[in-house]
Design a protein around this ligand. Structure first.
Ligand code: FMN
Length: 263
């Protein structure tokens, strides 16, 4: 097959940063030889903000009933058009948060969750841009899985700013809530070095898929968002973009189209 000119020339025939990353973070028997862990550098898997506006306890998630897994897998789609006026009950948001990062088992100092995580290190943090959720003021929130509550960080409707930061994707404007996932890189790096980035992205994928499936089961529409201006989102959630940085987002709302494609 003839290679497209643009593709061939994209890196002037050289390896780009992504190519080098993939190459340089490969495990080989040699690279692992003599590898040991410095447990003194283990970073806690939880983040607390110093002075949130408020802490909001979440209702116990109602996780019985609903459609079966096979139906949900069969009907799940990315849904991007939402009924902008209708609110989401806090009870539903609670189920979504539980599905993405809820603690389901505690062993020693590891809080195992609904989604798997490389090494049980849980580098991914969840922030929410709340637009229309019953019982929550619009604003930016941070989810604490260990307490199953929300830290209220910033008051106001940031949907416009966040949509702009998502390359102008309008679904964020109409979404009742948008999940913003960041990574506290050191939580994985102390163990995996540069390979940690691979695992961080994989962790986020698991979390996002849980959101898709839980949303589908509840009749809510979810759309993953990888296209974003990193620094704009980092500013909005108040992270430095180095030690902690945004990696992924997903909008959630009442879907206008419940079946078929919603492009
Ligand atoms: C890593 C990733 C990033 C994505 N980013 C976006 C995005 O920025 N905007 C968007 O509209 N859809 C985004 N999507 C959704 C895909 O377009 C969608 O999954 C794909 O078209 C397949 O459709 P389906 O999810 O309905 O099966 C993303 C999906 C993934 C997995």
């Amino acid at each position: 097959m003839k290679m497209g000119k643009d593709k061939k020339d994209a890196n002037d025939g050289k390896m780009g940063v992504g190519d080098r990353f993939q190459k340089e973070t490969k495990y080989t028997p040699e690279s692992l030889r003599g590898h040991s862990l410095d447990w003194s550098h283990r970073t806690p898997s939880f983040k607390n903000h110093e002075s949130p506006i408020a802490i909001i306890s979440l209702p116990e998630p109602e996780i019985t009933g609903g459609p079966n897994l096979w139906t949900v897998l069969n009907t799940r789609r990315s849904r991007r058009t939402y009924d902008a006026e209708r609110t989401i009950k806090l009870e539903l948001l609670s189920v979504l948060l539980w599905a993405t990062q809820g603690v389901t088992s505690v062993y020693g100092d590891t809080f195992f969750r609904t989604a798997p995580s490389a090494g049980g290190l849980y580098p991914v943090e969840t922030y929410l841009n709340v637009r229309l959720v019953d019982g929550l003021e619009p604003g930016i929130y941070h989810f604490r899985p260990q307490n199953f509550d929300l830290e209220f960080l910033k008051k106001g409707d940031y949907s416009g700013e966040l949509a702009e930061a998502a390359l102008g994707q309008a679904m964020v404007m109409n979404a009742q809530v948008t999940f913003v996932w960041s990574a506290v890189v050191e939580r994985s790096k102390w163990k995996y070095g540069q390979r940690a980035y691979r695992y961080i992205y994989l962790d986020a994928g698991h979390i996002a898929q849980n959101l898709y499936l839980a949303g589908e089961a509840l009749g809510l529409g979810v759309c993953a968002i990888g296209a974003l201006f990193d620094e704009q989102v980092n500013m909005l959630i108040g992270v430095d973009g180095i030690s902690e940085t945004v990696i992924y987002m997903a909008s959630v709302g009442w879907p206008k189209r419940k079946t078929g494609l919603d492009l």
